[in-house]
Design a protein around this ligand. Sequence first.
Ligand SMILES: NC(=O)c1ccc[n+]([C@@H]2O[C@H](COP(=O)([O-])OP(=O)(O)OC[C@H]3O[C@@H](n4cnc5c(N)ncnc54)[C@H](OP(=O)(O)O)[C@@H]3O)[C@@H](O)[C@H]2O)c1
Length: 331
Amino acid sequence: MMYLADENRYNSMQYRHSGKSGLRLPAITLGLWYNFGGVDNLENQRAMLRRAFDLGVTHFDLANNYGPPPGSAEENFGRLFAQDFKSHRDELLISSKAGYYMWPGPYGEWGSRKYLVASLDQSLKRMGLDYVDIFYSHRFDPDTPLEETMSALDFIVRSGRALYVGISTYDPEQTRTAAAILRDLGTPCLIHQPRYNMFDRWIEDGLLDVLAEEGIGCIAFSPLCQGILTDKYLGDTPDDSRAAKYKGEFHWGDEVSADRIARVRRLRQIAHERGQTMAQLAIAWTLRHPGMTSALVGASKVSQIEDSVGALANLDFSPDELAQIDAILSD
Ligand SMILES: NC(=O)c1ccc[n+]([C@@H]2O[C@H](COP(=O)([O-])OP(=O)(O)OC[C@H]3O[C@@H](n4cnc5c(N)ncnc54)[C@H](OP(=O)(O)O)[C@@H]3O)[C@@H](O)[C@H]2O)c1
């Protein structure tokens, strides 16, 4: 059936400036790392993209290697974009990245100019796009001068392949240096994409300060710790869960430990008192920082996207609630 976007799609979503830039991102972004690959059901993918856009989620996050197989999430997104979203291109922020392994030989991963430009050209072809809105260096490359990686990002913007650039998982010092190089080149760093959730708070130890000082936005990936910060693992591990499907694979680095589940049970009580689901509490908590631009969630079904967006109904935390959460996380 032809897709007619909901007329009310901009009524309730919040849009936040990415750092000091003029670009506003939805407070909830949908990532296509899992559940959008060649192995996944295309109609479920279509339903999730449509529902997200109808709820005001204007940002879809991809990378060259998302699948499996690698590249297939961009292919599927391209197919669905052509069928459903083409007329909405100027309402959408589409991002991609390069940094991890994509093809054999010395030019298929990391941070050289050769790899980044070739990879983005491949991504654009897979998605059927003329440009992406945001292109990321997916990881810091210790063996390539940062000047080379950043000048490749500058070139990517100047050549029209991307409107903005960002970096992902760079540490605070790498971020400061990258930001200075990009500023000198005249292409400011728009955004940083780190992992951040209740079980992984590393960005509180310096990175958030650097981003605030540099005027760079922040989009937190895996705010649900890949689903552990939900009700999903409180009983037996469901067969259709990410933990059951991908356990043992390198991507699934998160452990559904008894210790974590015990903490989730206690956190859930706070969620309940706030009138939220566990997932909503976890998302609202990541968005509590003034410099946090967006929570970058994943989903395997439409109802999860609705649940995540529902977090925006209560983003305020009392000092007492924050202290209780800290106590549960650090006990
Ligand atoms: N820059 C990087 O290096 C990097 C790395 C990783 C991810 N990312 C980006 O971040 C995005 C999100 O990562 P993520 O998928 O790990 O995020 P996440 O939001 O922490 O986890 C998403 C998973 O949690 C489960 N879930 C979501 N909502 C739920 C709900 N309401 N109730 C129960 N379970 C729920 C689903 O798992 P099931 O499949 O089990 O249902 C879903 O696939 C990725 O798509 C990607 O765009 C970036």
